[in-house]
Ligand binder design. Sequence first.
Ligand SMILES: Nc1nc2c(ncn2[C@@H]2O[C@H](COP(=O)(O)OP(=O)(O)OP(=O)(O)O)[C@@H](O)[C@H]2O)c(=O)[nH]1
Ligand SMILES: [Mg+2]
Length: 188
Amino acid sequence: MVQPLTAEVYKTLIVGPRNVGKSSLVRRYLLGRFETTYTATVGADLSVATFDFPEGTIVLSVVDLGGQQTFAALRNRFYQGAHHVILVYDKTDRSTFEDIPKWYETLTEGIRMPSYIFLAGSLVANKVDMTDAFEVTEEEGRQLADLLSMKYFEASAKTGVNVAEIFIHAASSCRLRIKSNLAEKSIV
Ligand SMILES: Nc1nc2c(ncn2[C@@H]2O[C@H](COP(=O)(O)OP(=O)(O)OP(=O)(O)O)[C@@H](O)[C@H]2O)c(=O)[nH]1
Ligand SMILES: [Mg+2]
């Protein structure tokens, strides 16, 4: 007998100030490579990652949004319906860390989730390979992640450290949050 083809499909956004390494993290994860030259993302880049978990396949649509101020209105159009957010700052540029609460606020306004689903996300301190240039400590990053109820990662698109973990967490937390929210709802 032919098995029906089923996959759960979720949407994650990767957002944060310009030049922090969002596209580089996606490129590292999906293509396994790193580019030193900076090419700003104009608007949004869309890609897809698939995960084969023992419970079934998850398809994660990854929306990589350009961080430049000029794209603010355009970004907003991609927020709605997201299940997960990867918020990125640059550990070697303090201003990008200080901007994160503002990004978070804009996101929560823009993502109009159904009432039974709440937003899952992670906070990523990128460029941890540049050990001589850190402007934000791990403790500060963890504190902010706790405050926003997000999981904290220290990563490098250059070396690849923790990059797979970010995307695997995105896929698995989408599933877990949605399953547990639906279960809670059915009990009521
Ligand atoms: N050393 C180091 N450089 C990085 C890392 N990640 C990104 N970069 C560099 O940082 C610059 C910006 O990277 P992008 O991935 O284009 O940044 P972005 O956040 O997508 O920028 P926008 O699209 O403008 O929002 C590039 O020159 C990258 O090579 C990293 O982990 N380590
Ligand atoms: Mg980009």
